[in-house]
Design a binder for this molecule. Sequence first.
Ligand code: C5P
Length: 239
Amino acid sequence: MKTTTEQARERLILALDVPDLETGSSLLNRIEGRVGLIKVGLELFTACGPAAVQMVLDRGFKVFLDLKLHDIPATVAGSVRSANALGASMLTVHTGGGRAMLEAACAEASDDLKILGVTLLTSMGPEDLPPVAISGTPSEVVGARAQLAAETGCGGIVCSPKEIRIVREAAGQNVSIITPGIRPTGADVGDQKRAATPSSAIADGADYLVVGRPIRGATDPAAAADAIVDEIREALDKK
Ligand code: C5P
């Protein structure tokens, strides 16, 4: 039986947004055993490619590969086939790529790879939508895209913590909800425009929280991760 702290840890994903393997590896040393998954994103994957995924797997962590694929269906299908061999547990595609692209991605994924649909970047606020000709509020856009992701077979949905309830309603109970844009009370929000605290995200029904700078930028990343895990555990206890 897992302790409540272990259950809370499994829900915390560290965004390993670092420029090289050495920096990544030394951060992993500092947070060993404290988070559930490691997110390898565009910065590290562009610099180091599959070696970045392998380095994280070798350290005993599961990998969330955040490539936000957004291309024509055939190209995304090929990319998912390539990703199957890397050993990641989760891979993101961008729901803005549309139904055919999402279906192609989900059709190619191996049983061990969960496809996650990214709805709308958490760095985008309402004012950022008209210049890219997206009509509707962020909530409306996220709701529609979450429904599309669920219909096309995505196993999870990435959304801001502000839209968890909307996503659950639009996508149903069978998808995991993953939220970046998490900021402990008092932390710098940086470029995140639709951020919330770990406890409010869990209370609203998030399954996983992605946290980057609040852990990476802390003087003591292990203590920062532990504090977030405590907050998750307390919020889970209240449910
Ligand atoms: O440092 P911070 O906690 O803001 O990191 C958030 C992470 O989540 C980044 O790696 C970013 O790429 C990712 N992300 C996001 N918004 C999305 C999808 C992913 O911030 N909609």
